[in-house]
Ligand binder design. Structure first.
Ligand SMILES: *[C@@H]1O[C@H](CO)[C@@H](O)[C@H](O)[C@H]1NC(C)=O
Ligand SMILES: *[C@@H]1O[C@H](CO)[C@@H](O)[C@H](O)[C@H]1NC(C)=O
Ligand SMILES: *[C@@H]1O[C@H](CO)[C@@H](O)[C@H](O)[C@H]1NC(C)=O
Ligand SMILES: *[C@@H]1O[C@H](CO)[C@@H](O)[C@H](O)[C@H]1NC(C)=O
Ligand SMILES: *[C@@H]1O[C@H](CO)[C@@H](O)[C@H](O)[C@H]1NC(C)=O
Length: 349
């Protein structure tokens, strides 16, 4: 077995006394400690550090998938690292401890696609005292009414990458949504040995419930209502003095988003997803973040900024569009964190 090399960002020795507290507060901290006393196995080298970190909680877990999205947070200056333990490394991810607008947060870059997103959110929930997950990033737009820089705050997300791949020349005709490849033959539709795929639901395991098959995952009602207040937020329109989007980007609340381990850059498939599932954005992580959080009864919200058109419309993409999309999604996420921070009681107990 490989030797574990846990790391922790410590600007001062762990033994340093923690901020002075009166007797009454001590009692409270003791109770909290008892409640969250063993997030890691007894012999784990970071057990003590994680306990210290959790004294600063509860936190909002902030999750993004890749470096351009993390860069948006770093360059925004919104995040202030904790002076005592600025970060903890677990399973190859760096969990940054600190605040955003005085709200205690732990932010972490998960890596791309479903498995990385799921693993990372599970660690956040199991190890740290987290009361909810905020996920932001870029997305492709599948909806012609959503363009570059717009931010979608979906009410529903689904995983659209789990398929029954059907035999050629059999008419099974279940009631699942089907994608028949022959329909897309050129110059006209016909048969195709790839036949068709049927879109399957996910097995959803959740605390206190028996397994259910679900396709659409719905956001936590309370958190979604709070996000509703963000619809008139002003977003960034210009990358610099000369390069601006043709229209002011907008926040759009309550649409549907789809996730798969697939980067969609194909007009026909984009159109299929919009027509069949009414999804406005496509990405590679959102539904994994939401499902992992929901399994433990933890609320989650998704903020995705449009960085490309998933193969539709124009042919152009650029890093400028990615950065404006990431930064606009971050703007909405940060405003949401502020609102949640002012409603201390919301989230997991
Ligand atoms: C497409 O996006 C617009 C907002 O730009 C929204 O009003 C509309 O409902 C969306 N369409 C669907 C099918 O969700
Ligand atoms: C069709 O859908 C219903 C209700 O969701 C379900 O009970 C039934 O088993 C499905 N039939 C097939 C052939 O998948
Ligand atoms: C503005 O941004 C565009 C796109 O990234 C770039 O091509 C252009 O050089 C920039 N202009 C200035 C003045 O920085
Ligand atoms: C699960 O059930 C227990 C016992 O009824 C309850 O205390 C707990 O709050 C429930 N958890 C969730 C997440 O609903
Ligand atoms: C995209 O580029 C291809 C190849 O350069 C071209 O044939 C096509 O017309 C372009 N599509 C649009 C919508 O501009």
């Amino acid at each position: 077995m490989a030797i574990r090399r846990p790391e922790v960002g410590l600007l001062i020795p762990i033994e340093r006394p923690w901020p002075d507290v009166g007797m009454a507060t001590l009692g409270v901290i003791f109770l909290v400690l008892v409640q969250h006393s063993s997030p890691l196995p007894l012999r784990h080298l970071l057990r003590e550090v994680v306990e210290k970190v959790n004294e600063y909680g509860p936190f909002i877990g902030v999750v993004m998938a890749y470096s351009a999205e993390e860069e948006a947070l770093i360059s925004s200056g919104f995040f202030t690292p904790n002076l005592h333990v600025p970060w903890v490394d677990l399973s190859g991810r760096r969990f940054h401890i600190g605040t955003i607008s005085d709200v205690d947060v732990i932010y972490v870059m998960s890596g791309q696609r479903r498995l990385n997103a799921g693993i990372t959110v599970q660690i956040l929930i199991d190890v740290f005292d987290v009361r909810g997950i905020v996920h932001y990033g870029t997305a492709g737009s599948a909806n012609d009414s959503m363009s570059f820089g717009d931010v979608s705050v979906p009410k529903f997300v689904a995983f659209t990458g789990s398929w029954n791949w059907v035999k050629f020349n059999t008419a099974e005709g279940g009631n699942l949504t089907e994608l028949s490849f022959g329909t897309y033959n050129l110059p006209g539709g016909g048969e195709n040995r790839l036949a068709e795929v049927e879109f399957k639901a996910e097995e959803f395991y959740c605390v206190n419930r028996s397994m259910e098959e679900v396709f659409w995952l719905e956001m936590d009602t309370t958190w979604f209502q709070i996000a509703g207040r963000l619809k008139d937020l002003k977003l960034q329109r210009c990358v610099n003095e000369t390069y601006c989007l043709p229209k002011s980007p907008k926040v759009v609340i309550g649409l549907k988003g789809s996730t798969a381990d697939i980067f969609v850059d194909n007009a026909a498939y984009r159109d299929f997803l919009f027509r069949k599932f009414k999804v406005s954005t496509v990405d590679e992580e959102s539904s994994a973040v939401v499902m992992t959080a929901m399994s433990s009864g933890v609320p989650a919200m998704v903020f995705r900024g449009v960085s490309d058109l998933a193969g539709g419309g124009t042919n152009w993409t650029s890093t400028s569009l990615s950065s404006i999309a990431a930064s606009n999604s971050l703007t909405v996420a940060v405003e949401f964190i502020r609102l949640i921070g002012s409603e201390k009681l919301i989230g997991r107990n």
